[in-house]
Write a new protein. Structure first.
Length: 186
């Protein structure tokens, strides 16, 4: 796994063979970060990475200057790997939570500037995830939400949907929580 750009750019980390996560391809990761860079200034932002897997997305946000990145991952192997990389980097701006994403979303009190979710494509509750995120306390007016998914899901009719991007077999649906001024004009 490699970090593409930023202060940790070009750093590589060997992912343990027993990790079951499906990491975002470098091609898809590089392209979605180009889109994010055009939509939002990452530097100084707070980021939530749900279903963090290997932590590749969390680390990319961290490398690009996010002031605080929270990675939520249920699998012990993956969460421990992210902690190991965090320790190697010596960067306290990354917080790793080993736990269930749905429980985290149900109890979270703090909003983030950017929320990224990459659930397992075969997750039984996959179709519910964008709505659960958008109705939780992790979003505030202006929050950018990115959901990684396969081509079996279409979220274009959901409130807050902004755009859809495809890179190879990887799809991203991008949402923006409306600003309060946008809500007033409705």
């Amino acid at each position: 796994m490699r970090i593409i750009r930023g202060k940790y750019g070009k750093r590589r980390f060997d992912v343990p063979h027993n990790i079951t996560a499906r990491p975002t391809t470098d091609f898809a990761k590089e392209n979605i970060f180009n889109v994010i860079d055009n939509l939002e200034e990452i530097e100084g932002e707070t980021v939530l990475d749900l279903f963090a897997g290997t932590g590749a997305i969390s680390l990319e946000f961290l490398s690009r200057g996010a002031c605080n990145v929270t990675a939520v991952e249920m699998a012990a192997t993956q969460a421990n790997f992210i902690r190991t990389v965090k320790d190697k980097l010596g960067d306290d701006a990354l917080r790793v939570i080993r736990g269930d994403v749905f429980k985290f979303l149900a109890t979270a009190k703090k909003p983030y500037d950017i929320v990224f979710a990459d659930p397992p494509y075969d997750h039984p509750r996959f179709a519910e995830i964008p709505e659960i995120i958008m109705s939780s306390a992790v979003v505030k007016p202006g929050t950018l939400v990115i959901i990684e998914h396969n081509d079996k899901h279409d979220f274009t009719s959901l409130p807050g949907f902004d755009q859809h991007r495809t890179y190879g077999s990887v799809n991203f649906s991008i949402f923006r929580m409306p600003e309060l001024s946008d809500l007033d004009s409705l």
